[in-house]
Write a protein that binds this ligand. Structure first.
Ligand code: 3PG
Ligand code: MG
Length: 395
């Protein structure tokens, strides 16, 4: 494996797959630029080398061309942050983009339009991948957030650069940090998994049961566990078809000697809104007509105590509906407990769009060891799956 940093790419056409799948508001202003900032080490290295940089990314999940998903919305911002000339190509393949690349001067950047405007991107079409590959001399994958996708630009394309394919610096850093927490972690090792549904987290939970000392489960899925234990959860979110699964996770944790911590109390609301009647109860005694929207004070104490004693911590998924001020407390307090542990020497890693948004909302982002740009990619890595984007570079 050749290291990007040991090469000089002066005058070379370098095609960089980034993950600029970022949130935009209705006026197309970027509301969170962290994925762009995370790509800067790679981009600045290539700019300093005076390479001809061709950037490609997807944005959202368009079906064909949809102007609201155009990457043209981010050109001005890119130009200001990179401090070099950034031009834009409405096409990803073909004569026009070839001629734009011919016009590129050393150290300049060309941003291609959203790859997903071509259906061939997500289907991993070989011919489309070859046409993308024809644009450049070198391929760099720095799109960790998309490394779990076997798409044309993230994986299939790499075979056309047998000697000139590289991990970007972000992708490498993400893998190094995940490895650090998974291979030989300092113990106690605690994973905190939240979010709405067991379905989307079951694989990671199962895989973590072989690795962690403590597994904390919060967020919407905790109510399915409470129901599985025979509780009354009022009108809370529940996956009725996952009750047996929840029970089996409880048994499996016990058999594997993992300390599984579930919330014991809940903050409830008579509707899914910040402006509502709020009451508190045990999680197994939520009144009918009420929805559990956050973990309660007792759960916060229970969880925080375990987190603060931990030496390795990974977190994916909020504890409650932190977007609403009345139901943000659980997520905030768990974030603060992680920061406290980190200050005392623990290694902490947070990933997933919601958890990262929460940590930024509470301004705790500088007190965490590592914040991942990946959601699904991080989960699949933790599940022990080989990421297609990583594999394609190593092959
Ligand atoms: C993400 O934000 O999850 C990545 O950019 C991948 O996008 P996708 O989930 O639409 O494939
Ligand atoms: Mg995703």
């Amino acid at each position: 494996m050749k290291n990007l940093l040991n090469q000089n790419f002066e005058g070379k056409r370098v095609l960089v797959r980034v993950d600029f799948n970022i949130p935009l508001d209705e006026d197309f202003n970027i509301t969170d630029d962290s994925r762009i900032k995370a790509a800067l080490p790679t981009l600045n290295k290539l700019i300093q080398d005076k390479a001809k940089i061709i950037l490609m990314s997807h944005l959202g999940r368009p079906t064909g061309f949809e102007s609201k998903f155009s990457l043209s919305h981010i050109v001005n911002y890119l130009q200001s942050i990179l401090e070099v000339n950034v031009s834009f190509s409405e096409n990803c393949i073909g004569e026009k983009v070839m001629s734009s690349i011919k016009d590129l001067k050393n150290g300049e950047v060309l941003l291609l339009e959203n790859l997903r405007f071509y259906k061939e991107e997500m289907s991993g079409d070989l011919n489309f991948s070859r046409q993308l590959a024809n644009l450049a001399d070198v391929y760099v994958n720095d799109a960790f957030g998309s490394a779990h996708r076997a798409h044309a630009s993230t994986s299939i394309i790499a075979q056309f650069f047998p000697k000139e394919k590289y991990f970007g610096l972000l992708l490498k850093n993400e893998i190094d940090n995940l490895e650090k927490s998974l291979c030989d972690p300092e113990t106690p090792f605690t994973a905190i998994i939240g979010g709405a549904k067991i379905t989307s987290k079951i694989d990671v939970i199962t895989s973590l049961l072989d690795k962690v000392d403590n597994l904390i489960v919060g967020g919407g899925m905790a109510y399915t566990f409470a129901k599985a234990m025979g509780g009354n959860i009022g009108d809370s979110l529940v996956e009725i078809d996952k009750l047996d699964l929840a029970k089996s996770i409880i048994v499996e944790a016990k058999n594997k000697g993992v300390n599984l911590l579930l919330p014991t109390d809940s903050v409830n609301s008579n509707n899914f809104s910040n402006y509502s009647n709020i009451q508190y109860s045990e999680i197994i005694n939520i009144p009918d007509g009420y929805i559990g929207l956050d973990i309660g004070e007792e759960s916060i104490c229970l969880f925080s105590e375990v987190i603060e004693r931990s030496k390795t911590i990974i977190w994916n998924g909020p504890m409650g509906v932190f977007e609403m001020s009345n139901f943000e407390n659980g997520t905030k307090k768990i974030g603060e407990a992680i920061c406290k542990a980190t200050k005392n020497g623990a290694f902490s890693l947070i990933g997933g769009g919601d958890s990262v948004a929460a940590i930024r909302k509470f301004n705790l982002q500088n007190q965490i060891s590592y914040i991942s740009t990946g959601g699904g990619a991080m989960l699949e890595y933790l599940e022990g799956k080989e990421l297609p984007g990583v594999k394609a570079i190593l092959e």
